[in-house]
Design a protein around this ligand. Sequence first.
Ligand code: MG
Ligand code: MG
Length: 608
Amino acid sequence: MRTGIATVCLSGTLEDKLQAAAHAGFDGIEIFEPDLITSRLSPREVRIRAAELGLSIDLYQPFRDFEGVPPERLERNLRRAEAKFEVMDELGADTILVCSNVSADAIDDDELASRQLRALADRAQAHGIRVAYEALAWGRRVSEYDHAWRIVEAADHPALGVCLDSFHILSRGSSLRAIADISPDKLFFVQLADAPHLIMDVLQWSRHYRCFPGQGGFDLTEFTARVLATGYGGPFSLEVFNDVFRQADPERMAVDARRSLLLLEESVQRPSDAARLAQPAVLAGYAFVELAVEPSSVGETQRLLHAIGFSQTALHRTKPVALWQQREVRVLLNAGAPAGPAITAIAVESSDPSRSAARAEMLLAPILARQRGPGEAELAAVSAPDGTSVFFCRSDQHGGTDQWLDDFEPLGAVAGSELVSVERIDHVGLTQPFDYFDEAVLFYRSILGLAPLESVELAAPHGLVRSRAVTSADGAIRLVLNVSVLAADSDPHGGAQHVAFACSDIFTVARHLHDIGVATLSIPANYYDDLAARYELAPEQLEAMQELGVLYDRSPEGEFLHFYSATLAGRLFFEVVERRGAYAGYGAANAPVRMAAQREPAAATSSA
Ligand code: MG
Ligand code: MG
């Protein structure tokens, strides 16, 4: 699959964009005209720069409001086009995008549109240029791709074809069946963009909310498979207008964009490409979560871990890292961090850590070079966009090369709490920097083979928070990614991170904390009044929930009970959850209550 990206997808100068696209491994680019107009590079210099970087210039765009105009306006439009063709000659670009007319006076006459496009194709052909006609979803007379194809087919000119743009087609919910009718030599260009399902004006939706394939809600796999089935051999080029991407680091965004195409290519399962990506290994759950805590928060962190039933069982042989464990649930505590507290690493139990790492590398994840002492396990790890380390482990292979537990010196018999126990890490909540959210969703989705749920918006007291979970099919790995909907300088991460532990009896765990004087997050009485109105819960249960700060949610599949610890230095908290039945959510309805409670100065219940 030949890949491309429109310069409009990336931030920076035209040079920045070209460089980022080349570094990420794209084959070609679309030059978005405003990016050329604002550049000090001449078209010829752009051509040279692109060639130096190994990029072809696959498209020049957009050329607007050309067809379906009163005949007396045709000559002026053709003159306008001539000027573009001269620029394209200098650029070395051989295809121009003509999008369907949006002006109010566009004439509803396919025959006229065909004739005028034919005249344009004649002029283009003299320059060795092809015209790719695209139906904009909000085109005045032509807004469907099959309509554009009928006009192009009727014009019957070798230099005139169509451009298919997934956004314009999927945003209208058009049937994809007519793609098969387009002959491959007339399919000049294909643009890909995903988008979240939104109900809004389609032009605004397109200009602000497009995203890379796999980040939104469109079925790009189906679309791409149908395009490939025509025999199309041209580029698949990303054309994404996104407010956040436009202001993010272009090098990072270009990698994210390229990753989206690698994943898409895998999903269409072309036999020739099948060998390229290593299949995701089976993930059995979390091996550990690593916390970095600055000295002033160490005591409080240890106290909380102990209260939840963990004991310090081992120390790393060479690093200031302690292993806290109960049953097979493990938390690494790095107590020497300069700042924090933070979740610095997550580790997943992989059936094949080296395959997991190979897949991640193919998907352009940076491989982490580890400093390793003599005899220490080699841990396969990659870096997530926000810097969180992601380790691939096997904890069940004693003596194996990836036996990371052997790097820890057991402390001997330790007194744990026998009363309380959690059974596994239920989920990890990673709050993302403002412009990393969609990228993070795609990163975890692709590298770990997780499926994203729909994103939800939660009303926090300090602004809206967007939240999206990515999970493995059996729920063994659940990650919740959060981000502030609007950037706030005071809170670049949009809130705290958390680790949620699953237990089978939330009241025993919560009661134990209460009894030993470890405060849980205090929940307002109004919440319980509302809960009583919404659900028929036994009064004793409600009373216990209120006393212990336990929250409640219900779905047709089951129930969810959970409570939160105090927040460490405003940055990190723990959650304990009990899932009943097949409840698959995270208590999103309760998140605003939690966030409001955490905002209070003394955000904890008075201890027992
Ligand atoms: Mg387009
Ligand atoms: Mg949670």
